[in-house]
Write a protein that binds this ligand. Structure first.
Ligand code: 4NP
Length: 159
C-alpha cells in the first residue's frame, strides 16, 4: 500500500487490509506492508487523525512507522498498490521494467465505486479521513476476493 507520506492513507489501508483479511478471509495467505513515495515522514507514526478514525472502526495504526518505498519492494511484493495517480506514476518510474505490471491503483479492486483515487486527507478534515476508510475497506474486500479467485490463491496470480 503506497501513498505520498505513509502517515495517512497507506497505513490506514495496511491496517484495514490486515484486519479484514484476518476476520473475513482466513483462507487467504497475505503479507501486507505500506510505504510512502516521499521521504518527509520517515520514522513517524501515522497521523493522529488517521489513528483516531481507524480506531473508531476497530483498526489499530498506532504501531506503524513510516518508511519510503525502496526498489526491493518491487521484488518482495506481488502487488504494489498506489492510492492515487501521482503515486502510481512515481512508482511506475521507480519499478524495474520487468516489475512494472505489479504496480496498480488500489481502487482498481473496487470498480463498483467508479473512482480511481483515494484522495489525500492531510489538509482535510474528519470527513476526509472517514472517506479514506470507506474507500480502503471496499478495495480491501475486492482485492481479497480477487486473490481468493486467483491461481494459487495468492496476489502473484493477479499481477
Ligand atoms: P498520505 O498523506 O500521503 O496519505 O500519508 C500526506 C501526508 C503528508 C503530506 C502529504 C500527504 N505532506 O505533504 O507532508
Amino acid at each position: 500500500m503506497v501513498c505520498l507520506g505513509n502517515i495517512c492513507r497507506s497505513p490506514t489501508a495496511e491496517a484495514v487490509l490486515r484486519r479484514i483479511a484476518a476476520r473475513e478471509f482466513p483462507d487467504v495467505d497475505l503479507e501486507v506492508d505500506s510505504a510512502g513515495t516521499a521521504d518527509y515522514h520517515i520514522g513517524a507514526a501515522p497521523d493522529e487523525r488517521a489513528q483516531r478514525a481507524g480506531h473508531a472502526r476497530g483498526y489499530e495504526l498506532g504501531t506503524l512507522c513510516a518508511r519510503q518505498v525502496e526498489r526491493a519492494d518491487f521484488e518482495r511484493f506481488d502487488l504494489v498498490l498506489a492510492m492515487d495517480e501521482s503515486n502510481l506514476e512515481n512508482l511506475r518510474r521507480l519499478a524495474p521494467p520487468a516489475r512494472r505490471q505489479r504496480v496498480r491503483l488500489l481502487l482498481d479492486f473496487a470498480p463498483q465505486l467508479a473512482r480511481r483515487e483515494v484522495p489525500d486527507p492531510y489538509y482535510g478534515g474528519a470527513a476526509d479521513f472517514e472517506e479514506v476508510l470507506d474507500l480502503t475497506e471496499a478495495a480491501a474486500r475486492g482485492l481479497l476476493v480477487a486473490i481468493r479467485l486467483a491461481p494459487g490463491r495468492t496476489a502473484a496470480g493477479i499481477a
